[in-house]
Ligand binder design. Structure first.
Ligand code: ADP
Length: 370
């Protein structure tokens, strides 16, 4: 079993920086968990503590039910793949992959078996006799994985392993990595700052900010039910729009006052805001660019949620375009729309918000109101 349990983990570096705090997390055997968040949020530190490359300042780290705070990295049954992988330049790919096993005095038959198997899984059989200098970036990264694979560890730890590769190759490699995980059925803990990579790979994502876990959830739940404004903004591109609004009531029901315009809420959304005491208060409304519509059909069918906005700029991105809009000259929002019937810059248009997809956040705590 290679379940991993982090209980109240904290890391304070000798310079006084607290990189990770109150880290509580249960990782199941065979899971693919991704630590994700902006640079400096403590992802690598968390991973390095699991690897044993950084000491745990406080808390308990269990690997496969063994308290492992003081266990040497080499005895942890893990293999790590880094962003910067250095190969021995005078050794062939085969020798590079086999090196760690040779050091451990594993028999040459067993080494041969493991290297050939790993090469097959990674699709690099034909490269085994090549020298490192002749390999492309993607091939080098496969060799790095091969080196980890042959150790047959219970847990793989990966720190931004694809971030040195150009975009197309990165996307291809992440698909391959997902396949390798399916085949191997081992626990993987992966670190990236790229939410798309995290969503594509992870069964569960651990979103971090300033050393603190914000939410641990499936990619879909993070997208549809973010716990706070930070998670809502971090997951999704272009980012979710946040609009300050006042919750008011009229004889028509509960409304949101945005700039000088108002939209009327559905009964269930209305109930949430009233029950939580937000009537006559300011809140933050979150709406993703894909949930703002400009088609006549949508506008006609959703009269309660239509606002007037000015098109400040447009950006065509293939079959879709980003519209940069202002509501009442000062509320700035972005919409992602079909390029057919694209409005002109400077034009005043009607936009409809999909009220089923709208989210609310407390103005002060920035926690989701749900
Ligand atoms: P991430 O992987 O999310 O980019 P890190 O775990 O590398 O974040 O860093 C978290 C915080 O800890 C940052 O403020 C960083 O400057 C600090 N930090 C990282 N490594 C060290 C170190 N060896 N000594 C001191 N501070 C460090």
């Amino acid at each position: 079993m290679a379940n991993i349990s982090l209980k109240g983990i904290k890391k304070v570096y000798p310079n006084g920086i607290t990189a990770v705090q109150n880290l509580d997390l249960e990782i199941e055997d065979k899971e693919f968990v991704v630590f994700v968040g902006p640079s400096g949020c403590g992802k690598s530190t968390a991973l390095r503590m699991i690897a044993g490359l950084e000491e745990v300042t406080e808390g308990a780290l269990f690997i496969g039910n063994n308290l492992s705070n003081d266990i040497e990295p080499i005895d942890r049954d893990i293999a790590m793949v880094f962003q910067n992988f250095v190969m021995y330049p005078d050794m062939t790919v085969y020798q590079n992959i086999a090196h760690g096993l040779k050091v451990k005095k594993i028999s040459s038959e067993e080494i041969h078996k493991r290297v050939t198997e790993a090469a097959e899984i990674l699709g690099i059989e034909q490269l085994l006799d090549s020298m490192p200098s002749s390999l492309s970036g993607g091939q080098q990264q496969r060799v790095a994985m091969g080196r980890a694979l042959v150790k047959q560890p219970k847990v793989f730890l990966m720190d931004e392993p694809l971030s040195n590769l150009e975009t197309k190759l990165r996307v291809k490699m992440r698909l391959e990595l997902a396949k390798v995980h399916k085949k191997l059925q081992t626990t993987v803990i992966y670190v990236t700052h790229d939410f798309e990579e995290a969503m594509a790979l992870g069964t569960r994502l651990v979103v971090m900010k300033e050393g603190i876990i914000q939410q641990v959830d499936s990619p879909l739940n993070l997208y549809t039910k973010p716990k706070n404004k930070f998670v809502a903004e971090f997951i999704g591109a272009p980012a979710m729009n946040f609009i300050e609004a006042r919750v008011t009531s009229s004889d028509k029901g509960v409304e949101l006052l945005i700039g000088n315009q108002s939209i009327q809420l559905s009964k269930s959304k209305e109930k949430t805001l009233i029950e939580k005491g937000y009537l006559n208060k300011q809140i933050i409304v979150g709406i993703r660019p894909v949930n703002i519509h400009i088609s006549e059909v949508f506008i006609e069918a959703s009269k309660n949620s239509v606002l007037t906005a000015t098109v400040e700029a447009t950006e065509v991105m293939g079959s879709e375009a980003y519209l940069y809009l202002t509501i009442d000259y000062h509320v700035e929002i972005t919409a992602k729309v079909d390029i057919r019937a694209l409005p002109n810059e400077g034009e005043t248009i009607k936009i409809g918000l999909d009220l089923n997809k709208i989210q609310f956040f407390d103005k002060y705590t920035e926690e989701s109101i749900s």
